[in-house]
Design a protein around this ligand. Structure first.
Ligand code: PLP
Length: 468
């Protein structure tokens, strides 16, 4: 008998979690304005809100924290991180920041002006937020297959080169400070970008004199998919693939809370000295001195170690197979999920799950609330709430996809937890026709509204049995 797959680690420390009753959950979610970000974590049993900063650090990372150097300038921890970035990612210049959006804020302050356009595959929400905040425009050039959850394509995060070139032809290059390629493409479902596409995007951009920046939060998961899906990479190590990927970029922003496997942190890495110097000034204003930029020494040490562990095949295989395990279970139950499965999360296609709900009633958010009521599991809407309003017309933007994202924290939950999630969604799926209405907004912020939005059931005067 072939031995089954199992995790490439064992558990040394545990944290208790608590179940709740359906009645408690109905009260809590109402008090939270039907926004799962407003729940207290102790009101959640299995938390799949995000894989960002929620991972479990290794014994080696904790050990490296004890060796953190908290010197203001020139700390050994800074040099540990700088060397890891140079050795693993290949960049000469590095600026630590407190998280990924801070890296965006600093780099974009040096790079983006009003009226600029920034093409790329689907930009992440904070990336787009930082672009639009500067009165610039993000242009989505992702391949069309990305928007069909049933289409089989190994690299749905790929940039459509024709769409990209049409942007390069339409605007003068002075108005295109960078193209941003997100690896893996979070907003398109954690879908990877192929090495071939990264190379072609870089070559095309060089032809037009445009800089390429990778939004790199899940670069290691992207490398795993290149290794397992792209011809010619099966026998290469993850570290070899990662090094090759970044030869096709002029710079990167990083949310270390993802593939850096730390709870907080980020950085910018660059090849150009001039841009580094300009960004360094903004880093000092917004984040901190250039050798710590918003991170403590111990955290930089843990990140240096995390970058090394996060680019090991065994770790990535354990992680990505757990995500696929959940995806297979859901598929087996007939729940519509995006395929092929992404690296960090399973995306439930809420439009196919609740086809009878109008988009104005926030379909994926409705499903998120139902999953919470069912099992105390917290997932997140990737749909019209997240898409915000158009910054000019202020009209709601309705994206092509309404997704419920089940993000899996790194090294945190077991497959038994995945079984609970799958069973809960199966139950909701069986009673989907009873979910007759969604939600409407009663309060929202002008930008990144999904974090704080307050909702109410769509037809307030109709009392539904589940809300009584
Ligand atoms: C998480 C993320 C960011 C933002 O990083 P934070 O650490 O959350 O500020 C940017 N881009 C992508 C692709 C991300 O996944």
């Amino acid at each position: 008998m072939e031995l089954p797959f199992s995790e490439s680690y064992k558990i040394k420390m545990v944290e208790p979690i608590r179940k709740s009753s359906k009645e408690e959950r109905q009260r809590w979610i109402k008090e939270a304005g039907y926004n799962l970000f407003n729940l207290k974590s102790e009101q959640v049993f299995i938390d799949l809100l995000t894989d960002s900063g929620t991972g479990a650090m290794s014994d080696r990372q904790w050990a490296s924290m004890m060796m953190g150097d908290e010197s203001y300038a020139g700390a050994t921890s800074y040099y540990n991180l700088k060397h890891a970035v140079k050795n693993i990612l290949g960049f000469e210049y590095m600026l630590p920041t407190h998280q990924g959006r801070a890296a965006e804020n600093v780099l974009f302050s040096a790079l983006i002006s009003e009226g600029d356009v920034i093409p790329g595959n689907t930009h992440f929400d904070t990336t787009k937020g930082h672009i639009e905040f500067r009165k610039a425009t993000a242009i989505d050039c992702t391949i069309n297959e990305a928007f069909d959850t049933t289409a089989q394509h190994p690299f749905k995060g790929n940039v459509d080169l024709n769409k990209l070139e049409s942007v390069y032809l339409k605007y003068p290059k002075e108005r295109i400070p960078a193209t941003i390629v997100t690896v893996t493409c979070n907003s398109a479902g954690g879908q990877p970008v192929s090495m071939e596409n990264l190379r072609e995007v870089y070559e095309l951009s060089k032809k037009y004199g445009i800089r390429v920046i990778f939004d790199s939060a899940r670069f290691a998961e992207n490398a795993y998919f290149i290794k397992t899906r792209e011809p010619g990479y099966a026998s290469k190590t993850i570290k070899q693939i990662v090094a090759e990927m970044f030869t096709h970029a002029d710079g990167m922003t990083m949310s270390s809370k993802k593939d850096g496997i730390v709870n907080m942190g980020g950085f910018i890495a660059l090849k150009e000295e001039a841009l580094f110097k300009k960004a360094a000034q903004f880093n000092i204003i917004y984040e901190g001195y250039i050798t710590y930029g918003g991170m403590s020494g111990r955290d930089m040490n843990a990140l240096a170690q995390g970058l090394d562990e996060g680019t090991e095949f065994d770790y990535l295989e354990t992680r990505i197979k757990q995500v696929a395990y959940l995806g297979q279970k859901l598929k087996g139950f007939g729940v519509p999920v995006q395929e092929p499965f992404g690296g960090h999360a399973i995306f439930v296609d809420a439009k196919r799950f609740l086809p009878h709900l109008p988009k104005e009633q926030f379909v994926a958010q409705t499903l998120a609330v139902e999953l919470y009521k069912e099992a105390g599991a917290r997932a997140v809407e990737i749909g019209a709430l997240l898409a915000d309003r158009d910054p000019i017309t202020r009209k709601n933007r309705y994206p092509k996809l309404e997704l419920l994202r089940l993000a899996i924290p790194r090294r945190v939950y077991t497959n038994n937890h995945m079984d609970v999630i799958a069973a809960a969604l199966k139950n909701v799926y069986h009673r989907r026709s009873e979910i007759k209405t969604g939600y409407k907004i009663i309060d929202e912020a002008p930008i990144l509204r999904h974090f704080t939005v307050q909702l109410t059931p769509y037809q307030q005067n109709v009392v539904r049995s589940t809300d009584r």
